[in-house]
Design a protein. Structure first.
Length: 103
């Protein structure tokens, strides 16, 4: 499995809420679902660095918000359905393919 989220990021999110921004909500959902940041960045068509800046509170362009909100809704639905959190790298690849279709 790709490297997980850093303890520093997880700790920095501990007391943040949705009022702290969409990036905070996304970060908490991704961590709860055990989604690799490289996969999330690819799904959102941004670099991993941009994704982590959003996680830490950087502003998100308004035109990117609908896609982020859609991904959050998918994550919520898949957590409720027991599809997430992911267990390992193999399940992460399969989940990614389920969202993007065959290569």
């Amino acid at each position: 499995m790709p490297r997980g989220y850093s303890p520093e990021l997880i700790e920095s999110l501990r007391y943040k809420t949705a009022r702290d921004g969409l990036g905070t909500v996304l970060a908490k959902k991704c961590i709860a679902a055990n989604l690799p940041s490289t996969m999330v960045a690819d799904l959102l068509d941004v670099s991993r660095q941009t994704l982590h800046m959003w996680f830490r509170g950087a502003g998100i362009q308004p035109e990117r918000e609908p896609r982020i909100k859609a991904l959050i809704a998918i994550i919520d639905s898949d957590i409720a359905a027991g599809v997430l959190p992911l267990e390992d790298y193999k399940s992460s690849k399969a989940y990614y393919k389920s969202l993007t279709g065959p290569a």
